[in-house]
Design a protein around this ligand. Structure first.
Ligand SMILES: *Cc1c(COP(=O)(O)O)cnc(C)c1O
Length: 393
């Protein structure tokens, strides 16, 4: 299955819609990644850091109380237990190892909520690279703690004041920087979106989640699961879990998008369910856009799902009906969050709470086996949840 094709298309989605100067950079990255992918020593290095630095494999935990509550076998893939508290580090480790191979010592990244910025600043410190993170001024105000984390790790956070001063503007500024500083700079993108080869590359690094889960469930149950459930912002934790199961036709895959205040309210971040195709960051994919084709603002209680597009491979999996997509609203996600705390003693990220909350919407049979990806832990969200509960909002 040659997915994506040489030009980076997953069916009609994806591609490399970029000016010529940028295309040359992307082609060079593509060549270097292809070479690294074939080199066993690259895989060995990646595996080394996954095990010794990130703390992998992450457990696949049989959640007994949730299983009883929903009348099926529920397993949780515990990405929340990774170093830095989420799945994002799998990707930043992979990309910085590639940067090192390419002889680049300066790292740049874009960040919205700051989670990818922190994961990037972490690996930049580890591998002794200079690190500049572009972040919208609005996001800097909303996520001051993550800004401080990045600074502690030695990164410089560069405020972006153009456009809506949020993630999509930070993406543009980071790309501009990359074009100007090609010689020494590597651009680490945080999810399975953007121009080819990023969606493929990030998917490959995050596939460590699904590869482990596949092995772990076979060991525990002697068979593959009936369902995989993951939340979808840009789509990297979902793609990472789904990818190693794509050929297993009996494994149903469900991506849960941020329904915000409800699809009808227009205040959400559900690109696939909203069902409009456009262009974002050099790729054709489902996006949230105005009637004039301008990318619109999104809303979600979880900052990490607040992204106006989605990775092209997920768009493709939706189109060919290999994966199903649905939404969970802010309110339902908060209930999922509380359920995880009460039932399992796990404080999940608000992003992951969307996937957990989806269990309520499934019609499960006793023999069903479900794997829910707990993409990250909720320590970072405690203030938000505090004001939602105590503030009565
Ligand atoms: C960033 C983030 C997400 C959303 O990103 P994806 O690329 O869709 O995985 C989900 N969960 C957590 C904990 C995150 O930090």
């Amino acid at each position: 299955m040659a997915i994506p094709d040489k030009k980076g298309f997953f069916g009609e989605f994806g591609g490399k819609f970029a000016p010529e100067t940028l295309r040359a950079l992307l082609d060079d990255l593509d060549r270097n990644y292809a070479k690294a992918k074939k080199d066993p020593s690259f895989k060995r290095e990646f595996d080394y850091y996954m095990k010794n630095y990130v703390g992998r494999p992450s457990p696949l935990y049989h959640a007994e109380k949730l299983s009883k509550r929903f009348g099926a076998k529920i397993y949780l893939k515990r990405e929340d237990l990774n170093h830095t508290g989420a799945h994002k580090i799998n990707n930043t480790i992979g990309q910085i190892l590639l940067a090192k191979r390419m002889g680049k010592n300066r790292i740049i990244a874009e960040t919205g909520a700051g989670q990818h910025g922190v994961a990037t600043a972490t690996v930049a410190a580890l591998f002794d690279c200079e690190c500049d993170v572009y972040m919208g001024e609005e996001d800097i105000k909303r996520q001051s703690l993550n800004v401080f984390r990045m600074e502690l790790l030695g990164a410089r956070v560069i405020p972006v004041s153009s456009g809506s001063k949020t993630l999509k503007d930070a993406l543009n500024e980071a790309t501009r920087d990359w074009l100007k500083n090609v010689d020494n700079t590597f651009y680490i993108i945080g999810t399975v979106s953007g121009f080819h080869p990023y969606p493929m590359m990030v998917r490959d690094f995050q596939s460590v989640i699904g590869k482990e889960a596949r092995k772990q469930i076979l060991q525990a149950e002697g068979r593959l699961p009936d369902y995989l459930v993951a939340c979808v912002g840009g789509g990297s934790n979902a793609m990472g879990l789904f990818y190693p199961f794509i050929k297993d036709k009996n494994v149903k895959m469900i991506g849960v998008e941020a329904g915000g205040l409800g699809i009808k309210s227009g205040k959400h971040a559900a690109s696939i369910v909203n069902n409009e195709i456009g262009f974002l960051h050099g790729a054709k994919t489902y996006v949230l856009q105005s009637d004039e084709g301008q990318i619109t603002e999104t809303h979600s209680v979880s900052a990490g799902l607040d992204y106006p597009g989605v990775g092209p491979e997920l768009s493709y999996l939706s189109k060919i009906k290999r994966a199903k997509f649905d939404v969970i609203t802010d309110k339902e996600a908060l209930n999922g969050f509380k359920m995880m705390c009460h039932e399992e003693g796990i404080i999940p990220a608000l992003e992951s709470s969307h996937a957990c909350a989806y269990l309520e919407k499934m019609k499960l049979k006793k023999k069903d086996i479900v794997i829910v990806n707990v993409s990250g832990r909720g320590d970072k969200d405690i203030n938000t949840v505090y004001s939602l509960i105590k503030g009565g909002k």
